[in-house]
Design a protein around this ligand. Structure first.
Ligand code: GYE
Length: 410
């Protein structure tokens, strides 16, 4: 740093001398010799600066490659003393601003960076993978210390991540994953376990199903059935497969096609529900994690399956809020006429859970900033770091006492 500052001052001095107006400089032979000397010094200085630059770029590339291969740091912590808190430069490619979750996530990143004095460059991909790829390329060109990105979909990242790797820049994947979890194209992952979220949603439904089947108010045509399902199930001549009319009918609103939360929340849920003969999936429609599309999906469901839907499984709160709006416009009682299971845990959804309009909210925390900044610092200063970090997450249901639940912050 000191060298650079002196170097710049020296160049300025030389330039001032060389570019002085002819009158002041003088036009004598002595003056011309002096000018030649000045130009020669300039050349030498540029040469020295160029060599220094090449050497430090080479060093950082080598260090990052070591990190990508192994999470066991083989150098002393703090060895890279110049690269601690105050000087870290992070490029963050956020995928968009489709939900309260996403806005909370961006805020969490900004706050955590600010608290530590890191410089954070945030680029909003506006829901387009090509925008995210362009942002990552600009971070590479800018030679940031660390790149963080929330991949909108699982596929299509290999080229740009290879470019980051070649440039020696570590990449932290945040919130969502790409399809090859053991790839060395990224350095580490911080984010929720979306498969577990699907499982949590299914576990609630398995519990709720007991209650639903023991009541006679399964929606629409089911209500006309006089016999309780318990009685039917206790009839030894009947198997679950013989009870089509008593099946619990589910509609599913999924997130962005090809995104890891959409894929894993689907899988986690269906791994448990599909093998249980008491359930029937009527249809899955993608609502792209958007409230507006959640409304459209719910309109379609109600039109196609009037009085037949028992359960709505929605991959995020934003779509759920849209669906509830539609149900109420149709004179229905969300949470009672249709059991609603949602994912995220934003404040608006938790409030509706308290009001009885949602039955279960699976938690998915966007507050990942602290963990990401911790990781970035560890990677750059060659400390050991975890390759995968999942925040602890729970599940809020109508069976829980929510009176002490802290404000969600998103
Ligand atoms: O559930 C949704 C958001 O990737 C986990 O994206 C995130 C999801 C979250 O828009 O609300």
């Amino acid at each position: 740093m000191e060298f650079k500052r002196n170097g710049i001052a020296e160049i300025q001095g030389i330039l001032r001398t060389a570019l002085l107006p002819g009158k002041k400089r003088g036009k004598t032979g002595k003056g011309r010799i002096r000018l030649l000397c000045v130009l020669f010094s300039l050349l030498c200085l540029f040469f020295v600066l160029f060599l220094t630059g090449c050497e430090s770029a080479g060093k950082s590339k080598e260090k990052t490659e070591r990190n990508a291969d192994s999470i066991q740091s083989d150098s002393e912590p703090g060895e890279d003393a110049g690269k601690t808190a105050s000087s870290l430069v992070i490029g963050f490619s956020q995928l968009g601003s489709e939900s309260a979750w996403r806005l909370g996530n961006t805020l969490s990143m900004e706050r955590a960076a600010k608290d530590r004095g890191f410089s954070l460059f945030v680029e909003n991909g506006m829901q387009k993978q090509e925008n995210q790829i362009a942002s990552i390329r600009s971070f590479i060109a800018y030679r940031v210390d660390v790149i963080v990105f929330a991949p909108i979909v699982e596929d299509g990242w290999s080229n740009v991540l290879q470019e980051a790797k070649d440039a020696g820049i570590p990449v932290i994947m945040m919130d969502r994953v790409i399809n090859v979890m053991d790839s060395d194209l990224y350095t580490a992952y911080v984010g929720p376990d979306h498969y577990l979220e699907g499982v949590n949603a299914a576990k609630f439904l398995l519990k709720k199903a007991e209650e639903m089947l023991s009541e006679e108010d399964l929606s629409g045509e089911h209500s006309a059935d006089e016999a309780s399902s318990e009685a039917l199930l206790s009839n030894s001549a009947m198997t679950e497969e013989d009870l089509p009319d008593r099946k619990i009918r589910i509609v599913e609103m999924s997130g962005t096609e090809g995104s890891s939360p959409m894929i894993s929340r689907t899988k986690g849920f269906h791994d448990l529900i599909d093998r249980d003969g008491r359930f029937e999936l009527l249809e899955t429609l993608s609502g792209d994690f958007l409230r507006s599309k959640g409304k459209e999906c719910m309109e379609t469901f109600l039109r196609k399956y009037p009085d037949q839907i028992d359960v709505l499984y929605s991959h995020n709160d934003a779509m759920t809020l849209g669906a509830i709006e539609v149900m109420e416009a149709h004179g229905m009682k969300p949470g009672r006429d249709i059991v609603i299971i949602s994912v995220d845990g934003e404040q608006a959804a938790v409030d509706l859970l308290r009001e009885g309009k949602i039955n279960c909210v699976v938690e998915c925390s966007p507050m990942l900033g602290e963990a990401v900044m911790d990781l970035a610092e560890k990677i750059v200063t060659h400390q050991d770091y975890p390759r995968i970090t999942h925040p602890e997450e729970g599940c809020f249901t109508e069976y829980d006492d929510l009176s002490h639940l802290a404000p969600r912050g998103y």
